[in-house]
Design a protein around this ligand. Structure first.
Ligand code: BGC
Length: 534
């Protein structure tokens, strides 16, 4: 993510830092996680408003006409409009471009100022969106929201990982995802109620509510402490010590402080990280930074997140019922993410991803088949019974639950934890960009793809789920309980990735920048020891 951003060092090398979750850290994380709320609110809000008649009538009259008047239109093509999808997808292009600028701001001015800017851009975007009376204002507002998301998604995970004790980092990283799902759920609930408002006000209220999480993060970031890592980067060592004492809740922070200073020195010595990550020995980490977010989006999750209300309307739900179904799905998404938080360090990443993959595959195949049976290739169906529509909803829920305890949180966690220190920030930047890019692509092409591929589109995404599940089985090493600094060892013992690392590169840098040398046997033993750590 950030150019030279550091993540605080770990207990590698047998050292232990104070790992208490102080109230201070907890509150800090709650405010910082509003960055997740912002992101989630945007994901969840667009599907609902684009299904509201008054919204379509104001900005997309041709889509409204197609939906209302042309009874013969196939369900697959009812909502096919490049402009309608541009409303949803424009945010992600802006987020993608902003995350690069945000990475500079995070380094130059600190993490909290990046979060602050995100909050302000978001408030502006929400204001313009809520008062929009033409398409230009609508898209402009959406682009500003994208700028807000770009800042938040870039700075918040770094902030969280630098402020929390190493042992709690995995759980707190997923807390960011929990906030994303809560943001989606809140948006779904707000859409449900605002849809009942007569006249053109419903969608305006929905879009205006985005100011709430944005204000939390803007105001919150003013009162949050800057991270010790960032303070050290700016030469403010005494302030860094004081902050460290406050957030760890202990007086003796000398060990952690020394390691942070050493890590900072190492970061400064690092050559251009973009050329480093291209080196052969980093091939496994580069591959993961690209493929994990790519696969996450190719699960097809955002089809449901962005367009579920339209899909439900198309399969026969009324406007209100389709928004209620979206609330149900949003609830399942949040609860299943909670399950992931509880189980991720016990079941492990591979277990969750393999299980999630199989469950997603089965449910996608069933949803595709149900739609194929009812609507065939023409997309025309006259008698869709309520039980049939509910059955579609049920299997979509099964799919969502599987995503939410596997690829949802782990699609963010794994790239953030497998990268070694020297390529961590650049690797994160790649992961975020790939995620945003494919979110954009899927948001932009889904409605057109549905019109052309019809029910086959569901099987298309099911095919990708097969590919990613096989990939996890064969190529993803288990990262559960491996300290961040020792992650590099995993590739050395892996049947495939070990070929990219020469024997003389069989070293791993310790916290203080001293290279530890391991033989192959030591590597294997050490990985096993780390994994079995409680
Ligand atoms: C994904 C988003 C998705 C959300 C759904 C996140 O992990 O990155 O694209 O909308 O999960 O909960």
């Amino acid at each position: 993510m950030a150019g030279g951003a550091m993540v605080s060092t770990n207990s590698g090398g047998g050292k232990e830092y104070p790992a208490r979750m102080t109230l201070y850290v907890f509150l800090t994380c709650v405010v910082a996680s509003s960055g997740g709320l912002i992101f989630g609110y945007d994901v969840g809000i667009s599907g609902g408003v684009t299904s509201m008649d008054s919204f379509l009538l104001t900005f997309f009259p041709s889509v409204y006409k197609k939906e209302k008047q042309d009874r013969s239109t196939s369900i697959y093509c009812k909502f096919d409009s490049q402009l309608l999808t541009a409303f949803t997808s424009s945010l992600y292009v802006a987020a993608l471009l902003t995350s690069f600028i945000a990475s500079l701001v995070t380094d130059l001015f600190g993490r909290k100022w990046s979060m602050f800017r995100g909050g302000i851009a978001f408030i502006l975007g929400a204001g313009i969106n809520a008062t929009a009376d033409n398409l230009f204002m609508l898209i402009l507002g959406r682009l500003l929201l994208g700028v807000g998301v770009g800042y938040a998604i870039q700075s918040v995970p770094i902030y969280l990982s630098e402020i929390t004790p190493p042992r709690l980092r995995g759980m707190l990283n997923i807390m960011f995802q929990l906030m994303v799902t809560l943001g989606i759920l809140i948006a779904n609930i707000i859409n449900y109620f605002t849809n009942k408002i007569e006249g053109p006000w419903g969608w305006r209220v929905s879009l205006a509510f985005a100011c709430v999480p944005a204000s939390i993060i803007a105001v919150g970031s003013l009162v949050l402490p800057e991270t010790p890592n960032s303070l050290i980067e700016h030469g403010l060592n005494e302030e860094a010590k004081a902050t460290l004492r406050r957030i760890r809740g202990v007086d003796d922070i000398s060990l952690e402080f020394r390691d942070l200073v050493a890590a900072n020195r190492r970061c400064k010595e690092i050559r251009d990280p973009w050329s480093i990550i291209m080196e052969r020995k980093y091939r496994p980490q580069l591959a993961m930074a690209i493929l994990i977010p790519f696969f996450q989006q190719l699960t097809g999750i955002n089809i449901v997140m962005f367009y579920a209300p339209l899909i439900y309307k198309a399969v026969g739900f009324s406007g209100q019922a389709s928004l209620m179904s979206t609330v149900i799905i949003g609830t399942i998404n949040a609860v299943a993410t909670l399950i992931s938080i509880i189980t991720v360090d016990r079941v492990g990443r591979r277990g969750l991803l393999l299980h999630g993959g199989v469950q997603m595959l089965i449910s996608q195949l069933i949803v595709g088949t149900l739609i194929a049976l009812k609507f065939g290739a023409t997309g025309e169906a006259t008698d869709i019974s309520k039980p049939y529509a509910s059955c579609v909803l049920f299997f979509i829920s099964v799919y969502i639950a599987a995503f939410a305890w596997s690829w949802g949180p782990l699609g963010w966690l794994i790239p953030s934890e497998i990268l070694s220190l020297e390529i961590r920030s650049v690797g994160q930047c790649i992961a975020v960009s790939v995620n945003m890019f494919f979110t954009f692509v899927i948001a932009q092409i889904f409605l057109t793809a549905l019109c052309h591929m019809k029910y086959w589109l569901f099987f298309f995404f099911a095919g990708w789920v097969v590919v990613m599940t096989v990939f996890v089985a064969l190529f993803l090493p288990e990262t559960k309980n491996i300290p961040i600094e020792e992650m590099g060892l995993l590739w050395k013992e892996h049947w495939f990735w070990s070929r990219f690392i020469k024997d003389e590169e069989n070293t791993e840098m310790g916290n203080l920048g001293r290279p530890y040398s391991y033989t192959r046997v030591q590597v294997a033993t050490r990985v096993v020891l780390c994994r079995n750590r409680v």
